[in-house]
Write a protein that binds this ligand. Structure first.
Ligand SMILES: Cc1cc2nc3c(=O)[nH]c(=O)nc-3n(C[C@H](O)[C@H](O)[C@H](O)COP(=O)(O)OP(=O)(O)OC[C@H]3O[C@@H](n4cnc5c(N)ncnc54)[C@H](O)[C@@H]3O)c2cc1C
Length: 466
């Protein structure tokens, strides 16, 4: 039997970020358990061309910066802050574990180990077990349920002899067997499908040789409006103020997203199609231009089966050349579990507390855990946000997000922490804005003026009385 204050299940981004904050802000001991050989969670299985979709500055654990805050000089992210590659993210988490968490002397890491419940951990290689006596809390850092194509089984059937690969095999297969395939078909319209589309164009596949199955189109956040650094402060804050104004004035979810599109905050790939999906995906206008080279878009529902003649979809069949390479991008990146109280029954369930910011959320949950409060008081301070699926979900998420932000900014410990948090990025800069800084002051005024109107309007739209 081993005693520990916190037993964390999952050494992915959320588990490590929570651990980092606990170690930094308290004198507690921590044991981290994960099935994988290396820390980093799903990044261990990522495709070779994956990159973060938001700047590295907003990702990783609080106490260790990811990347060097440089701006890309070339490619579709040119001019904007760096986006770590999957390999860089993995190296980073390994460094966090080896050079920061373990040397604290208060962290133990059980790699290749399965959590079996009731404090019991089974070591996958030896079969031996360790029983923990958890003094404070068991932390579930798996609830986000990230799945990626390399780890999932497609929901459709595939005839023998048809080539279906995961994005992980695109680069190697293209290098060795490109002449074998006349056309390529991407299955799935999420961020992975977009990454694959960009990659194929970069590899020189002609756009008219690419087909793309999109059961739904998506609204996408414009990366230009989500940049750290003082040089982007005004444009990023302007986008926040525009979102607040749009929330105050919108008459429906459709109207909201059209307003945000006119402001340049949201993008879509085809202006003729009304998107039915919103998943917090972030994209640059450079990626949009590349993706618009894809020659054939198939909008007839989900794939049910693939045969030698083509696709059997929910609403139609689509013929494809016999020697088509199919790429499965149909894994949903997260599992939409219901929101549950974050702190309850000697357990913490890590969830999203600030919209589209999983790392910040895990760090904030860790900080609140270190405060001398009851679980009920902690839950009042930090409500879990739903994960968005449709444009209408934006309203509920915006409302919970504003409530969390309001209460954090009025609670001295959380407010002070946000002022110095690298993952927060903006609180300190906002607090420094003076009336002499007329442009920034005007943007903040627009934001603040519209907030109460936005809250009332969201409540009206959510109850259907708008
Ligand atoms: C391609 C891609 C790009 C992304 N880009 C961004 C981005 O730019 N910015 C951003 O903020 N977010 C991004 N995300 C979202 C991303 O999901 C989160 O940021 C974060 O990495 C999720 O981490 P996690 O710790 O919740 O999950 P995971 O990485 O899945 O980690 C969970 C861990 O728990 C372990 N585990 C599960 N069950 C058990 C058990 N019983 N016993 C032991 N171990 C167990 C698993 O082995 C795994 O290592 C991206 C996601 C994807 C798929």
């Amino acid at each position: 039997m081993q005693d520990v204050d916190y037993l964390i299940i999952g050494a992915g981004a959320l588990g490590l970020t929570f651990a980092d904050t606990i170690v930094r802000e308290s004198d507690a001991t921590v044991a981290i358990v994960d099935r994988n050989f290396r820390p980093g969670g799903h990044w261990n299985y990522a495709y070779d061309f994956v990159r973060l979709h938001q700047p590295s500055e907003f990702y990783g654990v609080e106490s260790v910066r990811l990347g060097n805050a440089t701006r890309d000089q070339h490619g579709w992210n040119a001019g904007y802050f760096e986006l770590a590659t999957g390999e860089e993210v993995l190296d980073y988490f390994e460094t966090v574990m080896a050079d920061h968490l373990l040397p604290s002397g208060r962290v133990q890491y059980f790699q290749e180990s399965d959590y079996c419940g009731d404090g019991r951990v089974r070591h996958l290689e030896t079969g031996g077990t360790t029983q923990f006596q958890v003094r404070k809390k068991t932390v579930d850092a798996t609830y986000f349920g990230t799945t990626i194509p390399a780890q999932h089984a497609p929901s459709f059937t595939v005839a023998d002899g048809v080539t279906l690969i995961a994005p992980n095999d695109v680069s190697s297969l293209w290098a060795s067997e490109r002449d074998k395939f006349q056309s390529v078909c991407i299955i799935g319209a999420g961020k992975t499908g977009m990454d694959v589309g960009v990659r194929l164009i970069e590899l020189g596949v002609p756009g008219d040789a690419i087909a793309w199955v999109k059961p739904r189109d998506s609204w996408l956040m414009n990366r230009a409006t989500l940049q750290p650094g003082p040089e982007f402060f005004e444009s990023t804050m302007l986008a926040q103020a525009q979102q607040m104004q749009a929330l105050a004035e919108a008459t429906s979810a459709r109207d909201l997203f059209h307003r945000l599109e006119s402001d340049g905050v949201m993008l879509r790939l085809d202006p003729a199609i009304e998107p039915e999906m919103y998943h917090c995906a972030i994209i640059s206008e450079g990626e949009v231009a590349l993706l618009n080279q894809v020659g054939r878009i198939i909008r007839q529902g989900r794939v049910q089966s693939i045969s030698h003649s083509g696709l059997n979809l929910e609403q139609a069949t689509a013929a494809m050349p016999e020697n088509t390479l199919f790429i499965d991008c149909s894994a949903s990146a997260v599992t939409r579990h219901p929101q549950i109280p974050i702190y309850q029954d000697q357990k913490i369930t890590l969830q999203i507390a600030r919209t589209c910011q999983p790392a910040f959320s895990a760090a904030m949950i860790g900080l609140i855990e270190t405060l001398s409060l009851s679980d009920a008081e902690k839950n009042e301070l930090c409500r879990p946000l739903p994960l968005p699926d449709t444009p209408h979900d934006y309203f509920a998420i915006a409302l919970s997000n504003m409530m969390n932000q309001y209460i954090w900014s009025r609670t001295p410990q959380t407010r002070d922490w946000m002022m110095r948090s690298r993952l927060d990025g903006f609180s300190q800069r906002i607090a420094e804005v003076t009336e002499e800084d007329a442009a920034a002051h005007a943007i903040l005024n627009t934001f603040r003026h519209n907030m109460p109107v936005a809250i009332a309007n969201i409540q009206k739209l959510m109850t259907g009385s708008g």
